[in-house]
Design a binder for this molecule. Structure first.
Ligand code: ASP
Ligand code: MG
Length: 435
């Protein structure tokens, strides 16, 4: 899991920060981000232009970040794959960054048709400086000078999401869904009052409404909860964007670009978290798989022997469990993305002898279900209640992992929906009015 680094943001943050001019208006500046479906066609781009226009007209300085038109990034990846299974990362980033260049210029044209002066910028033109990790670059600094000048002269500024440029002017991309991170980073450096993420859902829900039709939109959720939800499988926001927003305390609002509404506000936890419901939401992930190495000697260094080759192969792992049997042999089980299962399995089978392992077994038919809530901190027995609920549905728990505000279990994939529904009811999430 890609955690803990945060973004080493904005070394020159002091220079680019907007000074509060002391104007009476409470909202001075917002950053709006529109995702791929929101700019998926000419008509939708025109509709986005109307929303941007409305914000601009109300006197708010408005910066817009866009994704590529829906499906475009996948199309480009598919094109590249016709040349190479594993295309050169520098060239792939140069290719993928073009999708956003199309959407930003089209939106500016749409705004100009409405009589709004608007100017588009690629990552390079702004100068969004990143490291050189192609395909997963991190923003290091943003030079917001041009943006600032344009805003001061009454323009709407439209910035390409998902891209930056490294020290040597190579184009980089920030990882799939990376426009969210661009938006938050811009909001942070411009000291925006809010970063609004417009998407195809109207907020963050207690769980996926496709599984639980009674799932409820949360009016607020904390950064911490949102990070857990995102890292446990909720795909509403890119996890790095939420981490970044939390670190720099950028109020983040997820809202629909199709229906008007308040969306979900993601902010710092307030004082009265003791009053919060124990569980705010249920996240799940069908993409996990499980590998078990059985019968290895229970000695110092075996866990490293199993896991080092996996991490050297750049395979991310999630839950890890080790058990020691009476005969002093150990089993290590861990979960990873399904796409990496075969590769990891063959790595471990290759070194099984060396490890002294009796068996390596793989299981691609698992899923992870997590309950998340800051209210857990002040309540005992949350795990017991969750396990009892799953037991009453006859669902076997294979692995368990917890944090202060999350309990996650690995179960058989075919029970996933049943588990999510049962837990949603157990914690009364359809009726809860808190938040
Ligand atoms: N267009 C990029 C992607 O599809 C970035 C984004 O949408 O945020 O991943
Ligand atoms: Mg996206």
């Amino acid at each position: 899991m890609d955690r803990g680094h945060g973004l080493n943001i904005l070394v020159d943050i002091g220079k680019t920060h907007v000074k509060n001019t002391g104007k009476i208006s409470s909202v001075r500046l917002i950053v709006q981000k529109y995702g791929g479906t929101s700019v998926g066609s000419v008509d939708r781009i025109k509709a986005v232009a109307q929303k941007v226009y409305a914000s601009h007209r109300s006197g708010v300085k408005t910066v817009v970040t866009l994704s590529a038109m829906g499906g475009e990034t996948n199309r480009l990846i598919q094109l590249a794959s016709q040349f190479h299974d594993d295309p050169n990362p520098r060239e792939l980033d140069a290719l993928l960054s073009t999708g956003e260049q199309v959407s930003i210029s089209l939106l500016c044209m749409a705004l100009q048709n409405l009589g709004v002066e608007a100017r588009s910028y690629t990552g390079h033109q702004v100068r969004i400086s990143t490291d050189s990790a192609f395909g997963k670059a991190r923003i290091e600094s943003i030079d917001a000078e041009h943006i600032q000048e344009d805003l001061d002269s009454g323009l709407v500024v439209v910035v390409a999401g998902f891209q930056g440029v490294d020290e040597r002017d190579n184009i980089t991309t920030l990882g799939r869904g990376g426009s969210d991170t661009t938006a938050v980073a811009l909001a942070s450096v411009l000291n925006a009052d809010e970063c609004q993420i417009f998407t195809d859902v109207d907020g963050v829900y207690t769980t996926d409404p496709r599984i639980v039709p009674d799932a409820r939109r949360l009016s607020e959720i904390t950064f911490e909860e949102m990070i857990e939800m995102a890292s446990q499988g909720s795909k509403v926001l890119q996890i790095r964007a939420v981490e970044f927003a939390g670190k720099y305390n950028v109020p983040l609002r997820v809202m629909s670009s199709f229906v008007d509404g308040p969306g979900t506000l993601i902010t710092l936890e307030d004082e009265d978290y003791m009053e919060k419901p124990v569980v705010s939401g249920i996240a799940f992930n069908r993409d996990e798989a499980k590998l078990t190495v059985r019968g290895i000697p229970d000695q110092p260094g075996v866990a490293a022997k199993v896991l080092v080759p996996i991490s050297e192969a750049n395979i991310e792992i999630d839950v890890i469990v080790q058990n020691v049997a009476k005969d002093n042999s150990a089993d290590i089980t861990f979960t990873l993305n399904k796409n990496d299962l075969r590769r990891a399995e063959s790595i471990l089978k290759g070194i099984a002898n060396d490890l002294g392992a009796k068996e390596v077994s793989a299981d691609g038919k698992i899923a992870k279900v997590s309950i998340v809530g800051v209210g857990m901190r002040s309540h005992a027995g949350v795990a017991a209640k969750m396990f009892a609920c799953l037991a009453s549905e006859g669902i076997n728990i294979q692995l368990i992992t917890t944090s202060e505000i999350k309990i996650a279990v690995i179960i058989e994939e075919r029970y996933l929906e049943l588990a999510v529904r049962a837990l949603h009811t157990e914690y009364n999430l359809e009726n809860s009015t808190a938040f």
